[in-house]
Design a protein around this ligand. Sequence first.
Ligand code: FES
Length: 112
Amino acid sequence: MLRKTTRGSEARWARVASAEDVAADQITAVSTDRGPVVLARVEDRIYALEDRCSHQDYPLSAGELEDGEVECVFHGARFDLCTGRATRLPAVAPVRTFEVEVRDGGVYLRLE
Ligand code: FES
C-alpha cells in the first residue's frame, strides 16, 4: 500500500499480522521484505523493531519483554521499544524501529 506523506513522498505500508495474533506482553516475530521484525504489544500499543540485536546480530525474538524494553536472551542487552535505543550493555548501538498502524484488524508497518 502506498500513501502520500506530509512531505509528498510515498510511504509504503505492509500488513504483517492480524492484530489479534499479537498477544499482550509477548514478542511476536514476523517476516517482511525488509527482513525479520519483532512485534511487541504493551498495553494498547504495538511496537516494531528489527529482529536483530545490535550486539552480535542474534534474534531479539528469542528474548523477553521487561518494563517496556526487549531483552536479548543471549547476553542481556536491552532496547527501548519506542526508540530502539540500547539501554543496557553489552549493546551500545540502537536497533531499527518501524512505525506501526493498527487498522481493519491488521498490523501495518511503514517499511519505507
Ligand atoms: S547478541 Fe544480544 S546481547 Fe549479545
